[in-house]
Design a protein around this ligand. Structure first.
Ligand SMILES: [Zn+2]
Length: 356
């Protein structure tokens, strides 16, 4: 080998060393998953993951450092479900991915050639020590009760049944046990809905509805309600009646105290469930329609929830009276997104609250 050839090889080797840094060419954020593609095959030794434990005001953070640089996109700051995702160049040689959430969560890192996949908060059922959570999905109205009527006479009962059936299917596929209060167009009395949930000892009760507000209102958007402690005497009586099986043998005074205790526990859990569902619902709905309006998490004295002996929420998936939103509510792809949102919100709730 001549001098020039040697020099050329030496030069190329040096040049290659400079360029040797692995490059991120592409990333994709999917539900509960981040997929990152590199220019060439990745080594496990190029990856270092660790946890930054939460202090009082900080979220729980999982960090994945990769010996790599970005080819183009320098920074992302986004969200998948309840997990916030940030990617940035930490220093000249290390790209850093930070996944954060208020509560503890697990991640699973896998490498296949030049693709790195980080799945988070998806270790669902095994997190519950083999326990299969039981969920009651309640499609609002049915039969002679059409529910809200849309701009072109569309019926709430039909739309919510479709979303409820899809939600139940997704949850079952993900390992949950699901009972539905109705699976077709039949009339079901309000009290039978929660008594079914009570009978099977469901862990949670989710009632799916669509909202209405007649013109000239143009209200639109998604809201999730939970039952707050009964304030009126009448509402207290109703709650007491529904809890009578549990409190029958107690003195009147301790009945009241017990009821308050029950309520407080349930209200807190129902509030958490509502927050998880609302957050997830918006995330998935906005994948299909970016401007989906966030109507927020609200409290309300919903009769259908008063009998539930478990955390319960009522989801309003949109307004049938809004002439744009009703079109989306009738679109099977949007219905599916709503169902995914509800199902994965339910899953987040169990991960957040049953995690050891
Ligand atoms: Zn309704």
């Amino acid at each position: 080998m001549g001098k020039i050839a040697k020099f050329a090889i030496g030069f190329l080797a040096l040049f290659a060393a400079q360029l040797n840094a692995q490059k991120i060419t592409r990333y994709q954020l999917e539900p509960n998953k981040l997929v990152v593609e590199f220019e060439s095959a990745l080594n496990a030794s190029d990856i270092n993951d660790f946890i930054i434990n939460p202090t009082q005001n900080d979220p729980y953070r999982r960090v994945v450092d990769i010996k790599a640089v970005y080819a183009d996109k320098p920074f992302i700051d986004s969200k998948s479900g309840s997990v916030a995702v940030k990617i940035a160049q930490f220093n000249a040689k290390i790209a850093r991915i930070v996944l954060s959430r208020e509560d503890k969560f697990d991640i699973a890192i896998s490498i296949a050639a030049n693709v790195l996949t980080i799945e988070f908060a998806t270790k669902k059922i095994e997190l519950f020590g083999g326990y299969k959570p039981v969920v009651t999905i309640d499609a609002g109205h049915g039969g002679r009760d059409a529910g809200a009527i849309g701009v072109n006479k569309q019926q709430e009962k039909e739309i919510v049944l479709k979303v409820a059936i899809l939600t139940a299917k997704i949850l079952r596929d993900r390992g949950f046990e699901v009972a539905m209060t109705r699976e077709n167009d039949k009339y079901v009395a309000l009290q039978s809905r929660t008594s079914l949930a009570n009978k099977i000892k469901a862990d949670i009760f989710v009632s799916i509805h669509a909202n209405a507000c007649p013109p000239p209102s143009k209200l639109e958007g998604i809201e999730t309600y939970f039952l707050s402690p009964a304030k009126s005497d009448r509402a207290k009586e109703v709650a007491a009646l529904e809890n009578s099986v549990v409190v029958d043998n107690m003195e009147k005074y301790s009945k009241e105290a017990f009821l308050n205790f029950l309520n407080r526990e349930m209200v807190v859990s129902s509030n958490k469930l509502a927050i998880d569902i609302q957050r997830s619902l918006l995330f998935y709905a906005r994948q299909k329609y970016a401007k989906t309006v966030d109507g927020g998490v609200r409290e309300g004295p919903f009769w259908v929830l008063t009998g539930a002996q478990m955390p319960s929420v009522l989801v309003e998936i949109g307004y049938v009276t809004n002439k744009e939103e009703i079109k989306r509510l009738l679109d099977p792809a949007y219905q599916r997104a709503l169902a995914e949102g509800i199902a994965l919100g339910v899953e987040s709730y169990f991960i957040n609250n049953l995690h050891p």
